[in-house]
Each structure stands twice: as C-alpha cells, then as structure tokens.
Design a protein around this ligand. Structure first.
Ligand SMILES: CC[C@@H]1C=C[C@H]2CCN(C(=O)[C@@H]3CC[C@H]4C=C[C@]5(CCCN5C(=O)[C@H](Cc5ccccc5Cl)NC(C)=O)C(=O)N43)[C@@H]2C(=O)N1CC(=O)O
Length: 112
C-alpha cells in the first residue's frame, strides 16, 4: 500500500461490471465479495476506488474517481456508476455499508 493514501471508507461488496453487448451484469471476479475502499492520496490530491477479493486479495477494481463519473444509488444495496468507458456496480453485503459508501462517494464527488 502507498503509505500516503488515507482510507476514507472500507466495506464488503461484490464488484460487478455491465456487459453492454450481452446486456447483463458480470462479476469482476469469480469468487465472492471483495473489500472495497475509497482512498485519498494527499501526495496527488486524488481519490480512487480499490477493490480486492477477500479470498485471494486479487485486485478487481482500481480506478481514480474523476469529476466526470455519474454515481447512482439504484437500490439500498446496489450502487452503480459509469465513466467514459464502462458501467460498474457494487452489490453491498448490507444496507449500512451501502449507506456509508454512498455518503462518502457523494462527498468525494462534491470535491473532485
Ligand atoms: C447485480 C444484479 C443487478 C442488481 C440490482 C439492480 C438495480 C437495477 N439494475 C439494473 O440492471 C437496471 C435495470 C434496467 C437496466 C438498464 C440499464 C442499466 C445497466 C447499465 C446501466 N444502467 C442504467 O440504468 C444506468 C444507471 C445509472 C444512472 C445514473 C448514473 C449512472 C448510472 Cl450507471 N442508467 C444510465 C442512464 O446510465 C441498469 O442499471 N439497469 C440491477 C439489476 O437488474 N440487477 C439484477 C440482474 O441484472 O439480474
């Protein structure tokens, strides 16, 4: 881990990506939920979302949170966002995790 990154929030969710051709949601990784974190780098003054599979620590999500992304809290446990190229989804393990994650994401999007 880059020591200069602050963990703003951390939760458990299954990372999904939307396959536009098949019109369906696919798991970013095969085996179960991931630890999803919103990170802030004081060095670069940027935010990013990182997801690591709980089972094998595989990185399944890792991208910066830029001004352009559109975030949508579709249901109390499923949030989604799109950037120029893809649509991502998070299937949260609990409504509380989803609530906290959504609040942190909204605060970040006010500041990028
Ligand atoms: C993991 C299974 C999953 C769980 C939960 C539900 C929740 C609803 N839902 C969906 O996929 C909804 C239903 C219609 C479909 C149609 C299009 C989609 C797919 C691609 C993006 N999208 C947008 O509507 C975006 C959203 C957006 C708005 C604003 C800002 C950003 C974004 Cl991303 N609209 C724009 C204008 O971008 C979409 O989310 N869709 C999920 C769902 O059924 N399932 C079950 C399954 O699939 O079996």
């Amino acid at each position: 881990n880059n020591p200069k990154e602050d963990i703003l929030t951390s939760c458990k969710a299954t990372a999904m990506i939307y396959n536009d051709a098949q019109k369906k949601w696919l798991h970013c990784a095969s085996n179960g939920p991931a630890k999803i974190q919103l990170l802030f780098s004081s060095e670069t003054q940027t935010y990013r979302i990182v997801g690591r599979q709980i089972q094998d620590h595989e990185v399944v999500l890792n991208h910066s949170i830029s001004k352009g992304i559109k975030y949508n809290q579709a249901t109390p446990t499923f949030h989604q966002w799109r950037d120029q190229s893809s649509v991502y989804g998070l299937n949260f393990s609990s409504k509380l995790d989803a609530q906290e994650f959504g609040l942190t994401m909204m605060k970040i999007l006010e500041n990028v």
